[in-house]
Every structure is written in structure tokens, then in C-alpha cells.
Design a protein around this ligand. Structure first.
Ligand code: SF4
Ligand code: FES
Length: 259
């Protein structure tokens, strides 16, 4: 603690809800000492270990890698492990932490992410190589990917599946059948990957009733993403490709055969 941190305090307002005893969620306030380096997650950990052991939240890596600590802070979705308390305090020295919105609350800050993962699996998020790829190519052969293709895909690769975009999406709020920005970003990653052999199948899924044409282009997903990703742009690209998916797949097959 530096001399400047002496006596610094913050009021952490946390939404609490235990479905076994509470009729509805409520805000609890905890006053704690902080320093310039105290993160929102540090504050929650302190409350849990020193003030109320029943406080429930998810976290794991503490380094903005695992995606498990996404919450709603002062009305905006973010990770809590890499954001400092000081940056969020209002004039009364308070910050308000709630669970991710539009998802069922299991307890306190923990939400049920089942629909998030179900939608993710719908786009087949794994790479599907050409069927003959392993048999026909020598063991030391390479699948060449152009530098500009790598650059286009690199950003989408850094998604940590935190759910901040999904839970900020107004379309998701109204319709849990919508595939959602996280899964559409992953579909973009696979469709654009020249090693993948199923772009038409993927484009049929994302171009269907629950996919890219449901997006209202509200941009909430971009604002919410703690990794600075752009699901809206990926959705726009998928919209265009979905309209010419057969031709896109034919070009993919041709390219793969020329390698
Ligand atoms: S796109 Fe961003 S906000 Fe959405 S799940 Fe990935 S990292 Fe989280
Ligand atoms: S604890 Fe892993 S991203 Fe925050």
C-alpha cells in the first residue's frame, strides 16, 4: 500500500439472490479498503473471505483468459478480474456489480449459461478438414494459409467465450433461439479458414431462421467485448457469404485441391 492509498475506501454494491430464500434479487452494500490496484474481483474475493462467505460468483484465471468472471458493472458487461475498482466509483465512492443480464440467475452473480453453450455447439465450432486430407498428403506437407488470411482470423481466435457480448445482445434478450454474437463469431472463424471443408454447411446454419439475418446491428456486442472484438462485422461478412454459399464452397474445394 502506498501513502496515497492510506484510508481509501469504496462501497461495493452487489446484487444478491438466493433462490432458496429470496423472493427477488436485492442490492447489498459492503464498505472495504482499497488501493489503486484493487480489482473488482479482488473486492469480491475480500467480501467473500472477510465479510460474507455466502457470496457466490465465478472466477478462475484472474488474468482475463478463462472468461468466467464476466459480470455487469455499473450497467455494462465486463470482466471483473482485470478492471480496477477506482475506475468505476461514482461521486459517492460506490460501484454496483450485478450478474450478466438476460440469463437465469443461479445464485448471486452466477448465471445459467446453458443457452450460450447450446448455441455455440450449433455452429459446429471445430475445424472440419477435407475428408481425404490425411490420406493423400505426405506427412511433412503444409497447409499454406496466406498472411492476410491469418490476420483476418487472428482477432476472432482471441475470443475467450466470456459471454459478455451474448448477454448484452437485445436480440438474445428477446429470443433465446438466436445463435448469438459469440457463436456467429466462431462460425466466421471457421467459414473463413481455408483449411475448413464445410463452409456451405456452416453458412446454411448461420443463414437460417435463428442466424445472421436476426441481428439488428445494435453494436452492443462490440461495446461489451473485453477483448475488443467485432462480432457485428463478422455477422455482416457471414450475411454476404450466406447468399452465395454454394459458389463459396466450390471455390474452397478448388483451392484445397490445388494445394
Ligand atoms: S466475442 Fe468478446 S464478449 Fe463475446 S464471448 Fe468472445 S471475448 Fe467474450
Ligand atoms: S477470472 Fe478468468 S477471465 Fe476473469
Amino acid at each position: 500500500m502506498t501513502p496515497q492509498d492510506q484510508g481509501k475506501k469504496a462501497v461495493i454494491r452487489v446484487q444478491r439472490f438466493n433462490p432458496d430464500v429470496d423472493r427477488k434479487p436485492y442490492l447489498a452494500e459492503y464498505e472495504i479498503a482499497i488501493t489503486a490496484d484493487t480489482t473488482l474481483l479482488d473486492a469480491l474475493e475480500h467480501i467473500k473471505s472477510e465479510l460474507d462467505g455466502s457470496l457466490t460468483f465465478r472466477r478462475s484465471c484472474r488474468h482475463a483468459i478463462c472468461g468466467s468472471c464476466a459480470m455487469n458493472v455499473n450497467g455494462a458487461n465486463t470482466l471483473v478480474c482485470n478492471r480496477r475498482v477506482e475506475a468505476f466509483l461514482d461521486r459517492k465512492g460506490r460501484v454496483t456489480i450485478r450478474p450478466l443480464p438476460y440469463l437465469p440467475i443461479i445464485k448471486d452473480l452466477v448465471v445459467d449459461r446453458s443457452s450460450f453453450w447450446e448455441q455455440y455447439l450449433r455452429v459446429k465450432p471445430w475445424l472440419i478438414p477435407p475428408p481425404s486430407y490425411d490420406d493423400n498428403l505426405p506427412a511433412d506437407s503444409e497447409f499454406r494459409v496466406l498472411p492476410e488470411e491469418v490476420a483476418a482470423l487472428n482477432a476472432a481466435e482471441t475470443c475467450i467465450m466470456c459471454g459478455a457480448c451474448y448477454s448484452a445482445c437485445q436480440v438474445v434478450a428477446m429470443n433465446k433461439q438466436y445463435i448469438g454474437p459469440h457463436a456467429l463469431l466462431k462460425a466466421f472463424l471457421r467459414v473463413l479458414d481455408p483449411r475448413d471443408s464445410a463452409p456451405a454447411e456452416r453458412l446454411e446454419i448461420v443463414g437460417g431462421d435463428d442466424g445472421v439475418f436476426r441481428c439488428h446491428t445494435i453494436f452492443n456486442c462490440i461495446d461489451a467485448c473485453p477483448k475488443g472484438l467485432n462480432p457485428t462485422q463478422a455477422i455482416e461478412t457471414l450475411r454476404k457469404l450466406a447468399q452465395k454459399r454454394q459458389a463459396f464452397e466450390a471455390a474452397r474445394v478448388e483451392r484445397q485441391q490445388s494445394l
